[in-house]
Design a protein around this ligand. Structure first.
Ligand SMILES: Cc1cc2nc3c(=O)[nH]c(=O)nc-3n(C[C@H](O)[C@H](O)[C@H](O)COP(=O)(O)O)c2cc1C
Length: 211
């Protein structure tokens, strides 16, 4: 577990501030927007490498065909801080892919009790279902148990009659890569000494906001 625990906080703190743990030493909190922005990206990069990091499984929200909200948990697979890019994997036939092809905007939401941090990341999304981005990753994936996730003969969400179909024998994969370019990050810190919120734009410039 690589998340720092020195700033642990009760997630119910906003509703029950009296229950929040005693404030840590003042210097335990990051002070500047630049420090916070750097730490956000460090934690995102850690999350893509560390299966136990809670930001490993954020929630991606999209808009459906009626403009209504949809959301689901995904694994954060790759993070490229310099390119401000987040990468997720999915089945090319899934509802989220259709939604993102129609409206290529997403929101990724992460919450870390250890950090006391929530992120709401606005993403410009790109779906890649062929080409080098897909084949290079599929070469690595196909020998792993995770390959099964992309070999189902039926699309995700398709009704099945009796027993679920076995993916055994399926030859064709439906692996797709979702690339998200970070457009803004809304950061919220819950803390016994006072909550803080800031928004960082695509260039990484931040402004403090009322939590
Ligand atoms: C912990 C967890 C991790 C998941 N990781 C992924 C993932 O990396 N990619 C994916 O397509 N679905 C993943 N899922 C399944 C999705 O949450 C969702 O059920 C599925 O992708 C269908 O979503 P859709 O109908 O909105 O496209 C995960 C679910 C859980 C609970």
């Amino acid at each position: 577990m690589t998340e720092p625990t020195s700033r642990s906080i009760d997630p119910s703190a906003p509703d029950a501030p009296d229950d929040a743990p005693a404030a840590p030493a003042p210097d335990a909190r990051l002070r500047t927007l630049a420090e916070i922005h750097t730490a956000i990206w460090q934690q995102l990069a850690l999350a893509a490498q560390d299966r136990s990091h809670v930001w490993r499984t954020p929630v991606l929200a999209t808009a459906d065909a009626d403009g209504l909200p949809d959301a689901r948990t995904l694994v954060l697979r790759e993070v490229q801080p310099a390119a401000r890019q987040l990468t997720l994997y999915t089945d090319a036939r899934s509802a989220k892919v259709l939604q993102l092809q129609a409206r290529p905007q997403g929101r990724l939401v992460c919450w870390s009790p250890a950090l006391g941090w929530q992120l709401r990341i606005r993403l410009a999304m790109q779906v890649q279902d062929d080409g080098l981005a897909v084949t290079s990753r599929w070469v690595r994936l196909r020998a792993s148990p995770a390959a099964r996730d992309y070999l189902s003969p039926l699309p995700p969400g398709a009704p099945v009659g009796g027993a679920p179909p076995s993916p055994a024998g399926a030859q064709r994969h439906h692996f797709a890569v979702l690339q998200g370019l970070v457009q803004s990050i809304d950061w919220l810190e819950l803390h016994a000494a006072g909550h803080r919120r800031a928004c960082f734009d695509a260039a990484g410039d931040g402004v403090w906001l009322t939590p």
